[in-house]
Write a new protein. Structure first.
Length: 94
């Protein structure tokens, strides 16, 4: 199963965007985007929404809730996604 960071990196590269371009549009610096793509840091919820709009990708796909053609309903994926959402919401409070 691909990590969220890997999915973010793949979506960026599919659009042929540089890290610098995406970082500027999303509101992070390039170093932080690199850390996000390597699962060392996460986007805030607002940054994730901006990234998805910029790269024309669904947040469901990035978060592993849905693949391109089907929903994913296994418990492990659900628990991992809930942890990520909790982290995103905690980042919003800061």
């Amino acid at each position: 199963m691909k990590t969220i960071g890997t999915k973010i990196q793949e979506a960026r590269k599919r659009k042929k965007y540089t890290q610098e371009f995406v970082a500027e549009k999303v509101g992070v610096n390039r170093t932080n985007l690199s850390r996000i793509e390597h699962d060392k840091q996460s986007f805030t919820l607002i940054q994730l929404v901006k990234f998805c709009a910029l790269c024309d990708v669904s947040a469901d796909v990035i978060l592993g809730i849905q693949t391109k053609n089907k929903k994913v309903y296994d418990l492990e994926a659900y628990n991992n996604n809930m942890k990520l959402m909790e982290e995103l919401f905690n980042n919003m409070k800061k």
